[in-house]
Design a protein around this ligand. Structure first.
Ligand SMILES: *[C@@H]1O[C@H](CO)[C@@H](O)[C@H](O)[C@H]1NC(C)=O
Length: 134
């Protein structure tokens, strides 16, 4: 079966309306922040941060309530900013097993919007000059 490219793009999640960094990294026991940007119009929708490579099977760690109120759970927090259409996820106390594929997403009727973000955790004492690291 032949599908026009435009139709194919519509079926894939995460193609439009939400943008995030492909990769973010942070040091073990440190923290990292991820900023995901969305198109105007989605300000009051719930934004979420999900862990796991599978779009359907990932685990939502934190979700906003559609407001700019920060939501925290354990060492993860999420805060939406309606003015610049950006929400920020912060992960603290990173440890190595948190390195994974995550998603920035927007909850909506039908299929949610989402974009994949790879989280990398590098060793605590790593620096560009350290030979202990790699
Ligand atoms: C959006 O605004 C917030 C709050 O002023 C700021 O922390 C964040 O860095 C801004 N993000 C962008 C992409 O401008």
């Amino acid at each position: 079966m032949w599908l026009p490219a435009a139709l194919l793009l519509l079926i894939l999640p995460g193609c439009f309306s939400i943008y995030g960094p492909r990769t973010v990294g942070g040091p073990e026991w440190g923290s990292l922040t991820v900023q995901c940007h969305y198109d105007p119009g989605y300000e009051t929708y719930n934004k979420w941060w999900c862990r796991g490579e599978g779009w359907k099977s990932c685990e939502i760690l934190v979700k906003t309530t559609g407001s700019e109120q920060e939501v925290k759970k354990d060492d993860v927090s999420i805060k939406d900013n309606h003015e610049n259409c950006t929400f920020t996820v912060t992960m603290k106390n990173l440890w190595r097993f948190e390195a994974d594929i995550y998603w920035c997403g927007i909850e909506r009727v039908g299929t949610d919007l989402g974009v994949q973000v790879a989280v990398i955790i590098y060793p605590e004492f790593c620096s560009a000059t350290s030979s202990l690291c790699y």
